[in-house]
Design a protein around this ligand. Structure first.
Ligand SMILES: Nc1ncnc2c1ncn2[C@@H]1O[C@H](COP(=O)(O)OP(=O)(O)O)[C@@H](O)[C@H]1O
Ligand SMILES: [Mg+2]
Length: 364
């Protein structure tokens, strides 16, 4: 029902959306995830025309909303937007906040708007607060009211931009519960969120945004459990990444040791584990470099805080070459003592086809 073609949004200093094309089907509940600054809000704001796209087209139910002749207000009525900050009117009671737009924009009578408002307040669990003013409510309650207000316009599509990120942690659950119920009703929804478990629980589809667009699009199982692309994997597994490039045999090993130390400190890797991370790199290089004709190595360290899993991956050019043929027995035994596994594989077609994966033994 929403079709986006070659959408581009450019600001003077940055182009968050370079070339986005996708189709959103009726009833899709899409979790939009990704690092900050990757255009998640911009995408939502372009879809309901709060931002004017620099280029490209958006169709909603066959109507091109990016067409100059299109009635923007009608489009916006079809799309409800829920923001991080709730934007309720402080001088109106809760139920009046909900009644306002249906009366002004949909021409509903006061009674109709009130009845519908009360029904919606019951669905978000706040009927008893109908006559209170927003200031008398907690953040979580305000956001539930804001959701009810959005629903009062009976939009076809609901866009939620980090609806729980301004809330005190104790209030996140009640708002998520309301959104979870909403997601079951078959409404088309797009929700930007940093809470991965929530994203997984409510969505049938996930957009991971990066590099100027939708970098990966798939079911929650695909994106969270079997991401196809590198940056998605790092993001969903919350990996802390260090990349080092060795250009020749006389590489600056002290400088690199310093970088590894900084990386470990920054990510609060426990000293003993950090020591293993350091040693694993040094000993592997000691084994590997003498075997390589062209000693260029791209080394990546990935650390998952939650599980304390640390893994080095070293990729390099040349013919097949693992470390099993190395002769430095001391380095081999040191490496064996601190690693869970050292695996060699060959990645056909890659520029650096040799790949060594080294999993550091955890401290438990
Ligand atoms: N109105 C604006 N003017 C200039 N730059 C903007 C504007 N809105 C967003 N940006 C920039 O566009 C990029 C994407 O922003 P945004 O869509 O808010 O990212 P996200 O929601 O993924 O964190 C950021 O670099 C941001 O600074
Ligand atoms: Mg944002």
């Amino acid at each position: 029902m929403i079709k986006i073609e070659h959408l581009k949004k450019e600001y003077p200093n940055v182009t968050p959306l370079m070339d986005v094309s996708t189709e959103i089907r009726d009833g899709d509940v899409i979790a939009v995830i990704g690092p900050s600054g990757t255009g998640k809000s911009t995408l939502l704001r372009c879809i309901n025309l709060l931002e004017k796209p620099t280029a490209g087209c958006i169709w909603v139910d066959g109507v091109e909303i990016t067409d100059k002749k299109c009635d923007i207000n009608r489009v916006r009525q079809k799309m409800g937007m829920v923001f991080q900050s709730f934007n309720l009117f402080g001088h109106l009671t809760v139920v009046e906040n909900i009644m306002l737009s249906p009366m002004d924009l949909l021409g509903k009578s006061k009674q109709e708007a009130y009845d519908e408002g009360m029904r919606l307040l019951r669905t978000v669990g706040l009927a008893e607060k109908a006559l209170n003013y927003p200031d008398e409510l907690s953040g979580g309650q305000k956001q539930r009211i804001a959701i009810a207000r959005t629903l009062a316009m009976n939009p076809d599509v609901i866009l939620l931009d980090e609806p729980t990120s301004a809330l005190d942690p104790t209030m996140v659950g009640e708002v998520q519960a309301v959104i979870r119920e909403l997601a079951k009703t078959g409404k088309t929804m797009m929700i930007v969120t940093h809470e991965m478990n929530f994203a997984r629980a409510i969505s049938n589809r996930v957009f991971y945004m990066d590099e100027g667009g939708i970098y990966e699009d798939g079911t929650p199982e695909q994106v969270f459990d079997h991401p196809k692309r590198e940056k998605t994997r790092r993001f969903v597994k919350k990996l802390k990444v260090l990349e080092l490039d060795i250009e020749n045999r006389d590489y600056d090993f002290l400088g690199m040791a310093g970088q590894i130390e900084t990386y470990c400190n920054k990510n609060q890797i426990a000293p003993k584990l950090a020591n293993r991370v350091q040693l694993a790199f040094e000993e592997t290089m000691r084994l590997l470099l003498p075997l390589l004709e062209n000693p260029q190595v791209h080394a990546v360290c990935e650390y998952a805080q939650a599980t304390e899993h640390v893994e080095w991956t070293l990729c390099y050019p040349g013919p097949r070459q693992g470390v099993s043929r190395a002769h430095d027995e001391l380095a081999k035994s040191v490496l064996e003592g601190i690693t869970e596994s050292v695996e060699y594989s060959w990645q056909e077609g890659e520029q650096l086809p040799n790949r060594l994966s080294i999993v550091i033994k955890s401290m438990q």
